[in-house]
Design a protein around this ligand. Structure first.
Ligand code: KIV
Ligand code: NA
Length: 260
C-alpha cells in the first residue's frame, strides 16, 4: 500500500539522484506515468487549463480537484501523489486549509498537498499542515494562482525579488515543507536555493541545477494548444490523434470499417 515516501526524496537529494515529476489528471495517464517510474505524480491545478479548458487555474474548485485526484490515485502504485490545493481553497484561514487538505487526503488517498506562495500566511499554513502530519510541497517564483498580479513573466530577475524568493524558500523549508517547486526563475537563483535547502527543489523553467524537474504532461506530449517557453515537447500527440481520428472517419465514410 505504501509507495514512495517524502523521506525518500530527501535521501535522493543527499545522494544527488535527480527526482522526476510529471502532472496527471486522470486514471489512464497516471497508470502510464507510474509504470514508467516517475517519482512524483502531481495532480496540478494546471488541469483546469489542460483538461477542463479554463483560461487560468483560478476557476478550479476543490470538488473538481478531488474528483481528478481520486482518479489519478487509483492509477498509481509506486509514485508519491501530490495534489494542488485550488485557488481560494486554503488562503482564507488556517482552518480552511486544514479542511481542504484533510478532505483531499481522506477522500482521494493522495499522500501530500501543494500550495502556492511564500508570504507569512502561506508559511504559517505549511507549518500547521506539517504539524498535523500532512506533507506539504511549497511553490515559489511564478505562482499561476497570482496571474492577475504577476502575469506569466519570469520572477526573481531583480536582486530584491531574488532575495525575497530565496527567503521564502528557506522559510517554507523551516516550516516543514518536504519539497519546493521553483517555477520560472533564473537558473542561477535556483542553484543558490537548491544549495541552501535541506529539502529537494523541483524546477520548472528554473534551470538544470534543481534536485528534480517537473513538466505539465500535456506540454511534454504536445497536447496543449499553448505552451510556456520552458516546456519541452517530446511528442506531438495532437497531430497523432488528429491523424487517427481522420483515418477512422475516412474508413467509416468509405465503408472500410468495420471490415465485415
Ligand atoms: O499545476 C501544475 O501543473 C503545477 C506544476 C507546473 C508545478 O503546479
Ligand atoms: Na499548480
Amino acid at each position: 500500500i505504501m509507495g514512495l515516501t517524502t523521506q525518500q526524496l530527501i535521501t535522493w537529494k543527499q545522494q544527488g539522484r535527480p527526482i522526476v515529476a510529471l502532472t496527471a489528471w486522470d486514471f489512464a495517464f497516471a497508470q502510464l506515468l507510474d509504470a514508467a517510474g516517475i517519482d512524483i505524480i502531481l495532480v496540478g491545478d494546471s488541469l483546469a487549463m489542460v483538461a477542463l479548458g479554463y483560461e487560468t487555474t483560478l476557476p478550479l474548485t476543490l470538488d473538481a480537484m478531488s474528483h481528478h485526484a481520486a482518479a489519478v490515485r487509483r492509477g498509481v502504485k509506486r509514485a508519491l501523489v501530490v495534489c494542488d490545493l485550488p485557488f481560494l481553497s486554503y488562503q482564507e484561514s488556517i482552518s480552511q486549509a486544514i479542511h481542504a487538505a484533510g478532505r483531499v487526503l481522506k477522500e482521494t488517498g493522495v499522500q501530500a498537498v501543494k500550495l502556492e506562495g511564500g508570504h507569512p500566511t502561506a508559511i504559517e499554513t505549511v507549518a500547521r499542515l506539517s504539524d498535523i502530519g500532512i506533507p506539504v510541497m511549497g511553490h515559489v517564483g511564478l505562482t499561476p494562482q497570482s496571474v492577475h498580479r504577476l502575469g506569466y513573466r519570469q520572477q526573481g530577475t531583480t536582486e530584491s525579488e531574488a532575495e525575497r524568493i530565496l527567503s521564502e524558500a528557506i522559510a517554507l523549508s523551516e516550516a516543514g515543507a518536504f519539497a519546493v517547486v521553483l517555477e520560472h526563475i533564473p537558473a542561477n537563483l535556483a542553484r543558490i536555493i537548491t544549495a541552501k535547502l535541506p529539502i529537494p527543489t523541483i524546477g520548472i523553467g528554473a534551470g538544470s541545477d534543481c534536485d528534480g524537474q517537473v513538466l505539465v504532461t500535456a506540454d511534454l506530449l504536445g497536447l496543449s494548444e499553448k505552451q510556456p517557453p520552458f516546456a519541452k515537447t517530446y511528442l506531438n500527440l495532437r497531430d497523432i490523434v488528429t491523424k487517427a481520428v481522420s483515418d477512422f472517419s475516412q474508413d467509416v465514410r468509405d465503408k472500410k470499417f468495420p471490415e465485415n
